[in-house]
Each structure stands twice: as structure tokens, then as C-alpha cells.
Design a protein around this ligand. Sequence first.
Ligand code: ADE
Length: 242
Amino acid sequence: MRIDVVSIFPDYLAPLGLSLVGKARESGLLDLRVHDLRDWTTDRHRTVDDTPFGGGAGMVMRPDVWGRALDDVLDDGAHLLIPTPSGEPLTQRTAEALATEQHLVIACGRYEGIDARVAEHYRARPGVRVSEFSIGDYVLNGGEVAALVVVEAVGRLLPGVVGNPHSLVEESHGAAGLLEYPVYTKPPAWADLEIPDVLLSGHHARIERWRRDQALARTAARRPDMIAALDLAGLDKHDLAT
Ligand code: ADE
């Protein structure tokens, strides 16, 4: 997969050289390039923003600068991602769909955002898809942190990036539609706390049942919206008792 990130703070994306994503880049599974938007400015001050038409606070990023950058970086079949608090929520389903694509381009806005004509213009361009997405109901100073989030969420789903693909199966927001059960490791007693006996029982079916009950109880307590969205046909009678 190829990912291009365009930002006025390319250094903000430095963590993408670390950990699993960094290794995926080194091994060639992920071709990730970070660009400085100011490379597409034409004036002495390398201006990327201006005051909003209609008045109001803050500055808006200029469409002409973004247009030059994106014309260079987008190719046919690319998916342009624009992080914005007014976008559609990014979910595990979105990440799974994005992980099947060839080329993502992430346009990181700053200030009050990018002139709305940029998304409109590229939406009308054949061969390019445009998605405006939000990583949560809070406002950040720009799209860079959201770009880090989407690259990590997508990058770890690329075949070969996570060493043991089984670790992707049971995690929160996976196919079960539940949060993950609590996990424990050695030592078996710590700070006066012991681990649940069932996990030492060696009884596989009982462990599975306990984990599922824990996942259900946790999800009900923390994310009742996820319980409401469960497909009842996928539940067994033990689940319903929990
Ligand atoms: N830019 C600023 N806030 C954001 C958010 N919550 N999600 C995505 N991009 C953003």
C-alpha cells in the first residue's frame, strides 16, 4: 500500500518511523511518504491560508495551494482522506475497508480547515474518492494526529504487519461487536490481587465462556450503544443471561 500525507508540519508525522508502522515501511509492505504543503506555495512567505469569506475568527487554508499539492500527489484510484471534526466517524470497519486499498492520500488541514471547494473539486474527479473523517467528538489543532491514527489503524491490518494475525481476531471492535475481555499475565498474584481462577483451570470451554461474559458485561457498562447494535441472532442463551 502507498500512503501520502501532506501537512504544514511534516515533523509531526515522525512517529510513523517507529514501531510496527516503521517496520512495515522498512520491509516495503507500506510505502509512506510525508510532504510539506509549503513546497507547493508560490510566494515569498510560503502562504497557505487566508481570512474566511463571510467573516469570522481564524484562517482558512487556500484551495489553490492544496490543489497544486493534490494534483501532484493523487493518481487514478487514490482515496483522498481529509481529517476534520465535521467528518464521518472513523471506525474499525472504515479501517478494514481502507486496508484493502492501493493508495491513500491524507490532507492535513490546520486553522479553521481547508477551503470546502477542495473536497468538492476532487469528489468530482473520476477515479478519485474523497472521505472527510473524524477521529472523535473533540477538536484538535489540525489533522496530523488524526493522520497518525488512521495510518496506525490501517497499517496494522495490512497482511504481514502484525506478526501473529490471531491477535487481530479477538480484539475490541472486532467481528463480535464487543469490547475485549480483560487480560492478565504473570505474576499470578500482584498488589494483593489475584487472577480469576478460571484462567488457571486449563478448561478451554470455561475460559471461552468467562471471556465472553466479561466482554458482554464490560460492553454493557461502557458502551451500551454497542450492545444495542448487536445482532441478536448471533447471541446464545448464555449471552442473553449475562
Ligand atoms: N481535526 C481537528 N479535530 C479533528 C478530529 N476530531 N478528527 C479529525 N480531524 C480533526
